[in-house]
Design a binder for this molecule. Sequence first.
Ligand SMILES: *Cc1c(COP(=O)(O)O)cnc(C)c1O
Length: 381
Amino acid sequence: MGQGFDTKSVHVTMKRDNSIPTKVTPIHQTSAFTFKNLDDIENFYAGERDYLYTRVGNPNTDELGQSVANLEEAPAGIATSSGLSAILVGILSIAKAGDHVVASQDLYGGTYELLANELTGFGIEVSFVSYTEDIERHIQSNTVLLYTESITNPLLRVEDLKKVVQIAEKYKLKTMVDNTFATPYLVRPYSLGVNLVAHSATKYIGGHSDITAGVLVGDEDLVAIARQKCVNLGSNLSPFEAWLTVRGLKTLAVRMERHVHNAEQVANTLRNHPAVDKVYYPEFVSERGHGAIVTIDITKSANVETFLQSLSWIKIVATLAGVETTVSYPLGTSHRSLPKEAQEKLGITKGLIRISVGIEDADDIISTLIHALDLAKSEVE
Ligand SMILES: *Cc1c(COP(=O)(O)O)cnc(C)c1O
């Protein structure tokens, strides 16, 4: 290598030695990989070496995709730039222009927008239907996919995935499930026969509210198509964010254990509070618990603004699933894009609050919520 100042300043990298036995995967923060010679380039296209260019593949993003696939008991997985891009490339691996998707009507607001406003622009037809009613009635000759969430947002309806898979098998359709709220700690849709499972890894998989990332796992052939879509659409995740997400993933089980334990106590306590009209918390999700989100409706019995202003250390955010307890306001954020009649039909009211129960001491979470509810209640008396 030349010894000019400019040359040296560009080539600051220390001598690399792959035999250094690092305990964790180092961050491969590089946009590309080098080739020894022309044969080496051919080796990539022959599948004999792994990496070419980070948009096409990177050890850190591969590690994340594989790790979540392992937890979901699926053969293949990829990491993507966000939960929404995981959903996008997943759907595009199954549906093309002229095809029809039967989606659940109570989806995450961003997913609703993606399906209603973008996929339709690609020529994919989408029906939003109640998955507790008759799904089969909405299946058409061009239907290719049933799409739903394992635990819905924000009203926490637990999907009957076995039923969805049965219907799909009967009509030879594919199934795709957003497993963000349940995580593989509670539910593993792939092992129930679902073809593709998507995650907003921004939530529990990452777990610390410091990354935006997505993961798609499932059937090998579909994930291979989705991987190519991801390359072509440029929806790859950055190596550093993949690395942080893998770091978060390692504590998924211990975080979920505490999240779920705390959420159960919060749900039980709030059911008996006079400021709360209704508590949404699943009766049963799995042997390990019933989720970490508790949604309450206080429209009739309390002042929403007072409640939100009285939460002290519990912050108002437009997300969920961090280690800190937070609240969100679905009508104003995640579900504001839903048509008004859909909001009303689903119960996205002006007093609906979604609580993402954190891993703090349950007593502290509960006393803070009760304090705020007491204040909000006294205002309407
Ligand atoms: C947040 C979220 C998404 C979207 O994920 P991003 O990482 O924000 O793109 C999709 N589905 C559910 C259930 C979510 O909570």
